[in-house]
Design a protein around this ligand. Structure first.
Ligand SMILES: *[C@@H]1O[C@H](CO)[C@@H](O)[C@H](O)[C@H]1NC(C)=O
Ligand SMILES: *[C@@H]1O[C@H](CO)[C@@H](O)[C@H](O)[C@H]1NC(C)=O
Ligand SMILES: *[C@@H]1O[C@H](CO)[C@@H](O)[C@H](O)[C@H]1NC(C)=O
Ligand SMILES: *[C@@H]1O[C@H](CO)[C@@H](O)[C@H](O)[C@H]1NC(C)=O
Ligand SMILES: *[C@@H]1O[C@H](CO)[C@@H](O)[C@H](O)[C@H]1NC(C)=O
Length: 944
């Protein structure tokens, strides 16, 4: 079996006798001093996965040692090593000083291994070196002065190690260097002003222990595009005003550097795109001159800036984030910033003004839907009118993250060989091929929100790689600290199912040698890994690969993650991705998917059911669109959710979502009856629940108030439905928008959670194969129900749903809405309990209730609403606790007789009591109805 795999790849790749090699006719061999050097290098390395097996015999150049690439021409009768590329091979041990003897080397690449020890000073002897790539190891010690001798060096990457000591002044002799990446180490001392003579484009030294000041001389750097120094300590010094003269500057990032003084005037930097000066001690006013129209990101938060917000933030068409929160700004909330912007596609703007002293707001303050304005913590929010309450919720917005879809369910499956995958972008639907997987990261992007730039990125990268646009598929992306943008890309062959070997070598060579440069707005990239199908090809030569393939199968770490992400089909649905949407929609009928258990309706059927979507049949309006009550031809009542123009998805994404929903069956979830995906319309058809939403029954207008037992029963049912989403759905689903209006009641007042299909789907294994315990997302949801920790951290967990459900519990107990006139239910109830007035806030519509049960229920609700995620109970603990309260309810006297009709057909299920409502424990029996089923329509599964 394994051998079959290897053979397959052998067919594709073994012939990889790279152009770099091998003049066997002349029987040339490698320069003996280089052979000796390699063997010394080898002896210092620990190679647990035996990646360097090919190094055990033969000649390095003519026997194709893994990662060793040689010049194909030679003048002195010997072959010389040109590249040593040992990217991500799990190597540990240290770097041998003999590396310095590889005197013809252009590329020295040990990225993403686990090397320790220090960088040998002898590397400074390799004056031919162009790329020195040692990032992502555990190297320590000081930087050798001798590195400064590398006068041909174009790129120095030593980031993500533990290197300490100062940046040597001798680096000023790196007179060809364009890229200096030294971030995430422990470098200390003053940044040498001498570096200002370098032609460097990207100077990344963030996350070190540098001190001293920001060199004035940097204002004279001729090419400097990115200066990123976040998280250092230039204690008490200020930002030189002369930085406003660095005319090549595109990005200035000085977050958390202990800087004082004022914000420099950067209005004369013609193409400045990204500015982050947050978390310093800057004071005084914000300069009033207008910044470049290229700017996407302005982050000045967490300083001591005062004065008013100047008008100069208007007329910046590319702005994505303006973050001025946590300063001392006063005056009025600006209302013109978005005036000149056009919000096409998925472009959006976030204005974060939280925690300032803004006291006025213009009349009729009405930003468009794509603009988020955050005013929490300003005087305008105290006693705010209803009209601006929506802007007064606390939120953290500094990083948004969203992953694109990964869905391959709707075509017949690819050949069973697991490395075949469908190219989601292929013009030929359902074409299968073995893709190249590329771990790719934007190290210092000039944007804060990726979706509006995805297409530009795809066009840029494919044209640089000389590929067709449809050959690239962005399988996943996520923001990481930095912020950096981590992506997993798939490159598919064009018109064939396998790349030929030259193409594999070409793509790998181009990416691993930084032969391409992305558009400025994306900044520098890094290559994290490179795989063919599930096999990693780390700087390999041909023979290295097939051996590596075996290792790949056996070790499978990265491969596993990739296979997982392909087959688990976890997808976070990307909405509004217009360009994909268009192509998918037009080819929809060709996909024509059959999804078991749900019915596909035509547009005509839907129109008939709703009397042409007449207003009289509209029963609600949600984020997704309008909700209609419909009658199907067979007289079944249904609720039809009709997507609004803006929330339409690609047909395939839509179908994927439906397929997922169709497999969810639980008595406490609203069941999906069918869908309609027809003539530019997308609709979801659900069972109709005659008793409406919980919110309707809690409002003061409710004619028949719910009694305590019914409320408890609704709480328990809701918790069980959500627990099912968290634990039984595959992939797990976090609801994200639990609220009283999303909990519907059937004719017997059994709670059914609605709208879970529109929620974000839960954790995807990340590129490194680790299943994150949370999903980092753009904050969505409904004010009043939102987990405060989710605001701050952006980490969406199962506990975020626990919080929202806790708020629903408080509503059940008090009848209050989560927010009324700026009063938050959690705070109000907490205060009442603390001052011993607990029973005063209990809903007076409940004429009587067992006080011990109410106390326990209330205490559970408040636990769910605790600020710290960790101190909230889990959903399964919530269910358990509610069950135990339910057992305490004295059944005889709490059920008024008007609900007795409920009891008749429920009695059979409840064992011994006279409950009118079905005893909820009976359905907690694992053999009960709570299961996922692929085939059986929900109606036959979910017992009523
Ligand atoms: C050597 O390699 C270069 C590309 O690096 C190629 O253009 C050239 O034809 C090769 N020469 C020989 C003799 O193979
Ligand atoms: C790297 O090496 C260190 C020390 O030798 C070890 O503790 C760690 O587990 C290794 N990490 C990896 C990813 O191999
Ligand atoms: C290589 O570097 C070492 C130390 O930096 C130096 O002593 C030695 O002379 C160099 N060797 C050559 C051949 O340049
Ligand atoms: C702003 O702060 C600076 C320094 O902290 C102070 O000198 C100045 O008076 C303040 N200006 C206003 C308008 O409060
Ligand atoms: C800045 O904007 C101009 C005009 O839109 C554009 O041509 C240029 O490429 C932009 N520069 C960067 C670095 O994005």
């Amino acid at each position: 079996m394994l051998e079959a795999h290897v053979l397959l790849y052998a067919a594709v790749l073994v012939a990889l006798s790279p152009y770099l090699l091998r003049d066997s006719a002349a029987h040339k061999t490698t320069d003996p001093s280089e052979v000796n050097a390699l063997s010394a290098v080898r002896s210092r390395l620990i190679d647990p996965t035996n990646s360097l097996k090919t190094w055990n015999s033969g000649d390095p150049c003519s026997s194709n040692w893994r990662g060793v690439f040689c010049y194909n021409t030679t003048n002195d009768g010997y072959l010389h090593i040109q590249k040593l590329q040992l990217l991500k091979l799990n190597l540990s041990g240290s770097l041998a000083p003999e590396l310095g003897l590889l005197s013809h080397l252009k590329i020295l690449d040990f990225m993403w291994n686990n090397l320790t020890g220090s960088i040998p000073k002898e590397i400074g002897n390799i004056t031919s070196l162009h790329l020195l790539l040692l990032n992502g190891n555990q190297l320590s010690g000081f930087l050798p002065e001798e590195i400064g001798n590398l006068s041909n060096l174009n790129r120095l990457q030593i980031d993500e190690n533990q290197i300490s000591g100062p940046i040597p002044k001798s680096f000023a002799n790196l007179r060809s260097v364009k890229h200096l990446h030294m971030n995430n180490n422990s470098l200390s001392g003053q940044i040498p002003p001498e570096l200002s003579v370098l032609p460097v484009f990207h100077l990344l030294v963030d996350n070190n222990n540098l001190s001293g000041n920001l060199p004035l001389e940097f204002s004279e750097m001729p090419n400097l595009k990115i200066l990123q120094l976040d998280n250092n300590n230039f204690s008490g010094t200020s930002i030189p005003t002369s930085y406003g003269n660095i005319s090549s500057l595109l990005k200035l990032s000085l977050r958390n550097c202990s800087l004082q003084g004022s914000v420099p005037d950067l209005s004369r930097v013609p193409q400045l795109g990204y500015l982050d000066l947050s978390r310093n001690q800057l004071n005084g006013p914000i300069p009033t001159n207008k910044l470049s129209t290229n700017i996407t990101t302005i982050i000045l938060s967490h300083n001591s800036l005062n004065g008013t917000i100047p008008a100069n933030f208007s007329g910046l068409p590319n702005l994505q984030i303006l973050s001025l929160d946590n300063n001392r700004l006063d005056g009025s909330v600006p209302s013109t910033i978005w005036n000149d912007m056009t919000f096409v596609g998925n472009k959006s703007l976030t204005l974060d003004f939280q925690n300032n002293s803004l006291a006025n707001i213009p009349n009729a303050f009405n930003p468009p839907a794509n603009v988020t304005v955050l005013l929490y913590g300003n005087p305008v929010c105290t006693n705010a009118q209803e009209s601006i309450i929506q802007f007064c919720q606390p939120q953290n917005v500094e990083q948004a993250s969203e992953s694109p879809t990964n869905s391959t369910r709707s075509c017949p499956s690819c050949p069973t060989d697991r490395d075949y995958e469908r190219n989601p972008n292929s013009p030929m639907p359902c074409s299968c091929a073995v893709p190249l997987g590329v771990g790719f990261r934007l190290k210092s992007p000039g944007i804060s929100d990726f979706p509006p730039y995805i297409k530009a990125f795809e066009i840029d990268l494919t044209s640089l790689l000389d590929l067709f646009l449809y050959q690239l598929y962005i399988e996943q992306y996520m923001w990481e600290s930095g912020p950096r943008l981590n992506m997993h890309l798939k490159l598919f062959p064009s018109n064939t199912s396998l790349f030929n070997e030259t193409e594999v070598m070409r793509l790998q060579g181009v990416l691993a040698a930084w032969e391409i440069t992305l558009s400025d707005v994306f900044g520098p990239y890094e290559l994290l890994n490179f795989t063919l199908g599930s096999y990693e090809i780390p700087g390999s030569s041909a023979s290295g690969l097939s051996k590596g393939a075996l290792v790949g199968i056996l070790m499978g770490a990265i491969a596993g993650a990739i296979i997982l992400s392909a087959t688990v089909t976890v997808l976070i649905v990307r909405r509004n991705w217009k360009y994909r949407t268009i192509s998918k929609r037009s080819s929809l009928s060709k996909f024509s998917i059959k999804i078991d258990g749900v019915k596909r309706f035509t547009f005509e059927e839907m129109a008939t059911a709703t009397n042409n979507f007449s207003d009289s049949t509209q029963v609600g309006q949600g984020g997704y669109g309008k909700v209609y009550k419909g009658v199907l031809a067979d007289r079944t009542l249904v609720a039809i959710k009709r997507a609004e123009e803006g929330s339409l998805q690609g047909s395939k994404e839509f179908c994927t979502e439906i397929e997922l929903l169709s497999r969810l069956h639980h008595r406490n979830l609203v069941s999906l009856v069918g869908y309609c995906d027809d003539s530019d319309e997308q609709m979801l058809v659900y069972e109709f629940l005659p008793n409406g939403s919980l919110r309707d029954h809690l409002s003061a207008k409710a004619t028949e108030p719910l009694n305590f037992a019914m409320r408890l029963h609704i709480a328990l049912g809701s918790a069980k439905g959500i627990l099912y989403l968290h634990t039984e759905a595959d992939p797990p689903i976090f609801h994200r928008d639990i609220k009283a209006s999303n909990i519907l009641l059937d004719s017997k007042f059994v709670a059914k959670v609605a709208d879970f299909g529109l929620s974000r789907l839960a954790p995807v294994p990340d590129v490194e194969g680790v299943l994150p315990g949370y999903v980092s997302t753009v904050v969505k949801g409904t004010p009043g129900y939102l987990d405060p920790e989710y605001f701050l951290t952006h980490k969406l967990t199962d506990k975020s749903d626990v919080y929202s459900l806790g708020v629903v519990f408080l509503e059940l107990l008090t009848g209050m809405k989560p927010i009324v006139h700026g009063k938050n239910i959690v705070r109000e109830v907490t205060m009442a309990c603390q001052s011993g007035k607990m029973f005063e806030i209990i809903d007076s519509n409940m004429s009587f209730y067992p006080s011990e049960c109410v106390e326990k229920f209330l205490s559970l609700a408040l636990k769910c609403c605790r600020e710290e995620t960790d101190s909230r109970p889990s959903m399964s603990e919530v269910v358990r606790e509610l069950e135990s309260i339910w057992r305490m309810v004295p059944d005889a006297n709490v059920y008024p007789s008007e609900y007795s009709e409920i009891s008749s057909n429920k009695m059979s299920k409840s064992s011994s009591t006279s409950l009118m409502i079905e005893n909820p424990f009976t359905s907690s029996d694992p053999s009960g109805s709570d299961h996922v089923d692929n085939n059986i329509p929900s109606a036959t599964v979910a017992p009523r």
